[in-house]
Design a protein around this ligand. Structure first.
Ligand SMILES: [Mn+2]
Length: 381
């Protein structure tokens, strides 16, 4: 069984005010090209199809084109909703589309949806689990105590009908982490401060977990538990990442291979650094493609009038301008001192400080109790 694993498409997303629609069209063309060459049995899309619950007309059209292209390649599509998608909207026409081998699981209805495909080695069960929160799950498991994301996923996956002798693939969009392994985070992900973390060990029964949510392509502690990452760099924190689609091959049980197929953008997203004068005069050999999406870091010591307009005359896709000189370095050292003092504070004290910064006051006794309870719950996991 060979399938292509992609995730976090975020169709319709703008990056620093620049539309990514052309980039997205380009990437989908490359993905279709890979499918034509490699002939996988299925394409797995592990959530965050759209960037917003109500996507723009253009975003819907691009996805429609992509699905039509996939269907022309006669490949089965397995798709779940991520935290950015509207579960119900994504579910539109899903029962009808099943007949076209397009399996959409937008909303969670109490059980993991199973799609079974087969090859010469037998059956492969694909478990489609859209993004869920503890609150989504609680109603379906009356007897169980479901407080955390970890509780929620444990309850749901315990009920999944895994065939221990066959091959089982999970498609899921959550923040799985492995104790002792630092996940690579990106600024374009929505984070809720770690309370959404789930122990990746609960996925060990699956032969492969096709994950979405983290935008850097990475393993969650094991070779067979993988984030495909977003196909495009959606923030400058991702400028060193290599974007890819994962070609996964499951032969007989226990035989897995994963290959990263590189995805190339129309314009790269990267950082350049120098003085205004130097950058305005620099040739392509030193600064690379001038049409790239750039964060430009100016190192001039003196004040400059209207630098962004001057830069954009040469670098039309200059997205962000920052300064790094003796003045900003002083500020940076103050920030570092703050970070050091923050490391010495307890989580509770940090929260008190945050609360005071945001509201200008102190918590009531009841509020303080809620925070202590939450933090205790964190430690207990
Ligand atoms: Mn995402």
């Amino acid at each position: 069984m060979k399938f292509l694993h992609i995730a976090d498409l975020h169709i319709g997303k703008s990056v620093n005010g620049y539309s990514m629609l052309d980039e997205q069209r380009n990437i989908f063309r490359q993905i279709i090209e890979y499918i034509r060459e490699r002939k996988p049995d299925a394409v797995v899309i592990a959530g965050d199809v759209y960037d917003r619950a109500v996507p723009s007309v253009e975003a819907v059209r691009i996805f429609d084109d992509f699905l039509t292209g996939l269907s022309r390649e006669a490949v089965t599509v397995l798709l779940i909703a991520g935290n950015h998608d509207s579960p119900e909207r994504l579910n539109y026409a899903s029962r009808l589309l099943t007949e076209m081998n397009l399996h959409i699981c937008g909303a969670f209805d109490g059980a993991v949806k199973v799609v079974t495909l087969a090859d010469v080695f037998g059956e492969v069960k694909f478990f489609l689990l859209p993004f869920i929160k503890p609150l989504t799950v609680r109603g379906y498991f009356a007897g169980k105590e479901i407080e955390s994301y970890n509780d929620a996923l444990k309850a749901v996956l315990e009920n999944a009908d895994i065939n221990p002798d066959g091959r089982n693939v999970l498609v899921s969009h959550q923040f799985y982490t492995k104790a002792g392994v630092n996940a690579e985070r990106s600024d374009s992900e929505i984070s809720i401060g770690g309370i959404d973390e789930i122990d990746a060990d609960i996925l060990s029964a699956f032969d492969y977990a096709a994950l979405g949510h983290l935008h850097g392509s990475q393993r969650a502690g094991a070779e067979h538990i993988r984030y495909a990452g977003s196909p495009i760099k959606y923030s400058f924190s991702e400028c060193k990442q290599n974007k890819c689609a994962l070609l996964v091959e499951l032969k007989k049980k226990g035989e897995l291979s994963v290959k990263a197929l590189p995805l190339t953008p129309l314009h790269d997203l990267r950082e350049i650094r120098g003085t205004l004068d130097g950058l305005l005069k620099a040739d392509g050999g030193t600064v690379g493609d001038r049409d790239d999406y750039l964060r430009i870091i100016l190192t001039d010591e003196e004040e400059i009038i209207d630098p962004m307009n001057k830069l954009r005359a040469v670098y039309p896709n200059a997205m962000v301008l920052d300064f790094e000189n003796s003045r900003t370095r002083i500020d940076l050292s103050a920030v570092n001192a703050d970070a050091e003092s923050a490391e010495r504070l307890s989580e509770y004290d940090l929260f008190c400080q945050f609360f005071a910064d945001v509201t200008g006051g102190v918590m009531t006794g009841e509020q303080a109790d809620i925070i202590r309870d939450l933090l205790d719950g964190e430690d207990a996991r």
